[in-house]
Design a protein. Structure first.
Length: 386
């Protein structure tokens, strides 16, 4: 059977942040035209992907919070609709990509002996509150699911290490390569309509994009700005794009410490308008306290930006320390300030490191990611027919 005749389901409990994967799915649809997406949360197509693939919204999802933390992901159990089963049975896929280790993953694996579905588990990356290696029952259940899956895919080497070390998965069925890859054009779709006034801003301009929450580490970034201020270093600016529970608190803190001349909070910006910010700023900074991956870092690299990246982001694997940026401890504001000062004092390095970022990301495109996923599909399909 040729690839174009393989019926494929992409099963994901939530596509709420689906703009990260949509360009890849658009290209995967061209390779495997009988692909459909099944999800409980869908927020619409991103520019350039309109109606590129069929989306089936199934029921709803609800999260039960097991434990709360301000420094990482909340630990949750997702309650998902059982309607996924009759809908998939009617669709009759031969291969299913299913994200994470949710109830839906368990259900499709339980039906595998009857349906002969080939199951590929997609796992964005490894982090403490997503892996939950301190919970033996959770680890045991995931080991069972991984055992009966035909293949597992992850963005990072850390994800691969989690599969082999904790879930005891044989390396032969693990595929570790970035598959969440941005599309530059989608980031520029609304460029002309973006209200951007950076004419009088002090360069170099550091840029943060993300949720303004404790987990994203923005408070430590602002403390680094205060350290620079106290050292008399004022030749820079910081733009914070995003919204969240901590925004009002951090804006007040910025005013109280007289940093409003250095720090600008832009609020939420549409995904298609982010490209203009990347184009008009100098260094991207990602101080997250926990992230399985960190797509926004790759987006900045597309625009040729050096990156200051937290060591607790899975995407830090894409940073060559001292070559296309720096990896730092986000809890150490002095370390953040040190690397900011380096770029302030060495503006020539901004261009050199930015060019290195652009060279490194050139090999990772939505087209290449789709080809990679198609190869994994072929592996799973052929493995099960032998």
């Amino acid at each position: 059977m040729t690839q174009k005749h393989v019926r494929l389901s992409w099963v994901s409990p939530s596509m709420e942040l689906g703009f990260y994967i949509q360009p890849v799915l658009r290209n995967l649809q061209q390779i495997l035209p009988e692909m459909e997406v099944f999800t409980a949360k869908w927020v619409g197509f991103v520019p350039g992907c309109e109606n590129a693939f069929k989306v089936n919204v199934i029921g709803d999802s609800r999260a039960i919070i097991l434990s709360k933390t301000t420094t990482g992901y909340q630990r949750i159990i997702q309650l998902l609709s059982l309607k996924i089963i009759p809908i998939l049975l009617r669709f009759k896929p031969q291969v299913i990509f299913v994200t994470g280790f949710s109830l839906w993953t368990l259900l499709v694996l339980m039906l595998k002996p009857l349906t002969r579905w080939r199951i590929i588990i997609i796992y964005s990356g490894s982090s403490p509150n997503i892996d939950m290696t301190d919970l033996p029952v959770r680890t045991f259940s995931r080991r069972l699911m991984a055992k009966y899956a035909d293949a597992l895919v992850t963005n990072s080497q850390a994800g691969k290490a989690y599969f082999t070390s904790f879930l005891k998965v044989e390396e032969a069925k693990i595929f570790a390569r970035p598959y969440q890859i941005p599309d530059k054009q989608a980031l520029l779709e609304f460029g002309a309509d973006t209200d951007l006034d950076l004419a009088n801003i002090q360069h170099p301009v550091f840029l943060f994009i993300g949720q303004v929450t404790h987990r994203k580490g923005v408070s430590f970034l602002l403390e680094a700005c205060l350290l620079l201020e106290n050292q008399g270093c004022q030749d820079y600016s910081l733009i914070v794009i995003g919204d969240g529970e901590q925004r009002q608190e951090l804006e007040s803190w910025t005013r109280e410490h007289n940093l409003e001349g250095k720090v600008r909070f832009e609020g939420w910006v549409n995904y298609g308008g982010l490209g203009r910010y990347f184009e008009n700023t100098d260094i991207f900074i990602f101080p997250t306290l926990e992230d399985t991956w960190g797509m926004v870092v790759l987006e900045s690299m597309l625009f040729g930006k050096p990156v200051m990246c937290s060591k607790y982001a899975g995407v830090s694997e894409m940073i060559l320390h001292g070559e296309n940026g720096y990896i730092f401890d986000p809890y150490a504001s002095t370390e953040i300030a040190k690397f900011m000062q380096f770029f302030i004092n060495n503006p020539n390095q901004i261009i050199a490191m930015g060019n290195k970022s652009k060279d490194m990301i050139a090999h990772y495109t939505p087209e290449a990611a789709a080809q990679f996923l198609a190869q994994v599909q072929s592996f799973a399909f052929e493995k099960s027919t032998k």
